[in-house]
Design a binder for this molecule. Structure first.
Ligand code: PXG
Ligand code: PLP
Length: 440
């Protein structure tokens, strides 16, 4: 908590995705972080249960990243992104492409997941036009999907609360698949064995609109923000088959699942399904500097490289695309994230987390527990008529228990840093158990 004597004026800052009036009555302020812990103004330590907002897998105050940043600020703090380059952006693109499934060879840089998604949607549209299929303008997203807050990402996303106020301005021509949790069993460990047929909805949507009108399908391989909705066995493979059959691009939004969260570089590799584009952000710099981007298949890049050599192929980009500071942080973060030992550690911790989190099954008011990789979700029964309130109490109690939780709706999401010990993961679950009991 903020110390009573503090003179911090909390009024002018409008916090995102936060009940501002409640927050400002009882501000929760962190002042520093190291390893897997935050420290609050009163000295209280909090275990970082979601690795920041899914973005700090290596923990905080990482020496290698800090040193790389300090050097980069003095070496080259900024370079224009258009018509000029700097070495680290090229090196980072090369390393990201090397981590990606084979065939995905080129990287376009943005500064967030939202920008990455909007970039991917625009690349998909332009790709079809370049190939003479300009009628392919429709997108297919998924209910409960989260693809950021730009108009494009919001439109293909499936979060009702995020869309409600902006309903008239959704992109035209978007359909949504059902979410992969629909009708499934509760308390499944890892991937559900049932539900592959949910992918067949894509056949129905394609038949309705005709394939010649559909540009791309965009899904999170594992829906993160909605509360770790794990795809049924075979589901992503079937989406891939349908997209391939009809010439539709498949976009995996790996903003959360990328860079090791599932024990592989990308979820595509964990599930053995290769999309045409991958969007990434968050962990690429360990969250230290904002960065996002899109990885595309060689054929997509090549389709743009036509026309006059002096012609700009894609009229799109950001002031800070491939920013030198972000690129330096990215290279330093990837030094650790690319290591086989890091991925092995995630796989081991996955078992620890799975066993621990499923011990919450018998706690009162727990409706579902889901997990895959180093990610899990605990869904609570909402207070009657007051969705979100119960989880908000669990969040507050969590702070008293020394854990910084992430709640959305009445679901608690967990994604601890890769540097966590087995004991820390188990303690995190025990703290959550106490918070659930105390919150009633
Ligand atoms: N795509 C996916 C799959 C995401 O998870 C975005 C795009 C947007 O990224 P930016 O960088 O624009 O926020 C995201 C972001 C949570 C939580 O608690 C999740 C996100 C952001 C903040 C909180 O689950 N995901
Ligand atoms: N708005 C104005 C007036 C601008 O000049 C620019 C960029 O030049 C932008 C928005 C876009 O900013 P960014 O490139 O950081 O996304």
């Amino acid at each position: 908590m903020l110390e009573p004597s503090s003179d911090l004026n909390v009024e002018p800052y409008w916090l995102p995705f936060t009940p501002n009036r409640y927050f400002k009555r009882q501000p929760k302020i962190v002042v520093r972080a190291e390893g897997a812990y935050y420290e609050m103004a009163d000295g209280k330590r909090l275990f970082d249960c979601l690795s920041g907002l899914w973005c700090c897998p290596l923990g905080h105050a990482h020496r290698g990243i800090a040193d790389a940043l300090a050097r980069q600020v003095l070496e080259l703090d900024y370079a224009p992104a258009f018509n000029i380059g700097h070495p680290k952006a090229f090196r980072l693109a090369e390393r990201i492409a090397a981590m990606a499934p084979s065939g995905l060879t080129h990287v376009f840089f943005a500064n967030s997941g939202s920008e990455a998604v909007d970039s991917a949607l625009k690349i998909a549209l332009a790709y079809h036009r370049y190939r003479g299929e300009a009628t392919r303008t429709r997108f297919v997203g998924r209910e409960r999907g989260y693809h950021g807050v730009g108009f494009g990402g919001m439109s293909v996303g499936g979060m009702p609360a995020n869309r409600k106020m902006f309903s008239p301005l959704m992109l035209p021509g978007v359909d949504h698949l059902s979410d992969t949790r629909r009708g499934g069993r509760s308390f499944v460990r890892g991937q559900p064995q049932t539900g592959v047929e949910l992918a067949d909805e894509l056949e129905r949507i394609v038949a309705l609109h005709d394939p010649s009108n559909i540009a791309a399908v965009i899904v999170e391989p594992v829906a993160g923000s909605a509360g770790v909705l794990v795809p049924p066995v075979g589901y992503l493979n079937r989406l891939r088959e349908i997209c391939t059959r009809y010439g539709i691009l498949l976009i995996f939004d790996e903003v959360i699942t990328g860079f090791g969260r599932l024990g592989t570089h990308f979820a595509a590799q964990r599930f053995g399904v290769t999309p045409d584009l991958i969007t990434f952000a968050k962990a690429v710099t360990n969250g230290v500097v904002p960065m996002g981007g899109v990885i595309v298949r060689r054929e997509i890049y090549d389709a743009f490289m036509t026309g006059g050599e002096r012609a700009i192929e894609l009229f799109h980009g950001y002031t800070y695309s491939g920013h030198p500071i972000a690129a330096a942080a990215g290279l330093a973060a990837l030094d650790a994230l690319v290591q086989p030992a890091t991925l092995e550690r995630v796989r081991l911790l996955e078992q620890v987390l799975e066993n621990a989190v499923h011990s919450l099954v018998r706690e009162g008011g727990v409706l579902d527990v889901r997990n895959i990789g180093l990610a899990a979700a605990v869904e609570l029964e909402p207070d009657p008529g007051q969705p979100g309130l119960r989880a908000a109490r669990v969040f507050d109690r969590g702070i008293a228990e020394g854990v910084l939780l992430r709640v959305t709706g009445d679901t608690v999401a967990l994604a601890p840093p890769f540097i966590s010990t087995d004991e820390e993961v188990r303690s995190m679950i025990e703290a959550l158990r106490r918070a659930i009991r105390a919150a009633g």
